[in-house]
Design a protein around this ligand. Structure first.
Ligand code: TYM
Length: 338
């Protein structure tokens, strides 16, 4: 069997939140551990080059990049098992993105729901980078011949685009330059929703901090956010299907299930008949149990920026070495003289 090549990224804006953790990072850690034991390569990066597609205060971007690296390590990403770096330290990402811009189609990018959501009514005022964002994301994974890309459900469309770009490039230039990557999406927790609105995903760009649980929130803050989370007045049912029209209730049950690696039915078997006055404290307890140790490690690590920089610089050198052959093969396939 050929080895797995696992690659994924996260934007270093704001805090690592529960949606990132349950939707993606927990899976990163599990796959990293299994892949290290099997002898495959795993690469995780901070997508700082993606972050600049909207205005970010430069000093905050620098600080957030280090903080997000600390948060990932606190959550279990292990620089001894996975290559951890930030995109800006590996110019091959930007280079390959440009090379792929000749293959990606405007019509494909026009269909990306994330661009539509983020540009909103002001499409003409959005940056060119925000529109071309998925091409850089394709470069991120194709550069390393990624076979598996662990992400939350909201990134599925971008990964499908990466496959389309890879397939068209291979066909147009009649060479198998790129591997088609498979998105790996957790069956539970694929999409964690806002605590204030069960129809919007939990996101770092939500203007209300009460909408999300940050991995840096202390136990009191977690308790307060769950207490104030939007719910309804009905007790919990036994059958998960009865939560279909109760998005907020379904989200809280889903979070509880994901934390314990259970199904919604397992959680409801214990809590059916209870109202949220009883369910919310149980959920808070579970959250604090999971997030408490991560937060403690995070607080210790963020006090060591020099150590974080050392880890990211080492990771970038390893990533650049792994990127070299694919980047050269792409230039050569295009007939570009080097
Ligand atoms: P980002 O930074 O928004 O999120 C990082 C990861 O967290 C997942 N996620 C969620 N999962 C479930 N519920 C939620 N509410 C939730 N919010 C976020 C995301 O699916 C993602 O896996 N474009 C990417 C970063 C990126 C990338 C890549 C990912 C850049 N290049 C190459 C994979 C491969 C992004 O903005 O994710």
């Amino acid at each position: 069997m050929t080895h797995m090549r696992i690659v994924s990224g996260i934007q270093p804006t704001g805090n690592l939140h529960l949606g990132n953790y349950l939707g993606a990072i927990r899976n990163w850690v599990k796959m990293q551990d299994e892949n290290a034991a099997a002898g495959g390569d795993t690469l995780f990066f901070l997508a700082d080059m993606h972050a600049i597609t909207v205005y970010n205060d430069p000093a905050s971007l620098t600080a957030n990049t280090r903080e997000m690296a600390a948060a990932l390590i606190a959550a279990g990403v292990d620089p001894a098992k996975a290559v951890l770096f930030n995109q800006a330290r590996v110019p091959a990402h930007a280079e390959l993105c440009w090379l792929l811009n000749g293959t990606a189609r405007i019509g494909w990018l026009n269909r990306m729901t994330q661009f539509k959501e983020k540009s909103g009514k002001n499409r003409e005022g959005a940056s060119v980078g925000l529109f071309a964002y998925p091409v850089l994301q394709a470069a991120d994974v194709l550069l390393y011949q990624a076979t598996h890309v662990p992400v939350g459900d909201d990134q599925k469309q971008h990964l499908e685009l990466a496959r389309d770009i890879a397939a068209k490039f291979n066909t147009d230039y009649a060479r198998e330059v790129f591997t088609l990557p498979d998105p790996i999406i957790p069956p539970t927790a694929a999409r964690i929703m806002s605590l204030r609105d069960g129809s919007a995903k939990m996101s770092k760009s939500d203007s209300s901090d009460m909408a999300r649980i940050n991995l840096s929130d202390d136990a009191d803050m977690v308790a307060q956010k769950i207490r104030k989370a939007k719910t309804d007045a009905d007790p919990l049912p036994e059958d998960p299907a009865l939560l279909a029209d109760r998005p907020e209730a379904r989200n809280l049950v889903g979070i509880h299930a994901a934390l314990g690696d259970e199904t919604a039915a397992d959680v409801l078997a214990r809590h059916a008949g209870q109202g949220f006055g009883a369910f919310k404290p149980a959920l808070t307890e579970r959250l604090v149990e999971t997030l408490g140790p991560i937060r403690t490690r995070f607080e210790a690590l963020r006090a060591e920026p020099a150590e974080i920089d050392r880890i990211l610089t080492t990771g970038a050198a390893r990533a650049s070495a792994l990127a070299k052959s694919t980047l050269e093969a792409t230039y050569a396939a295009l007939g570009l003289c080097r």
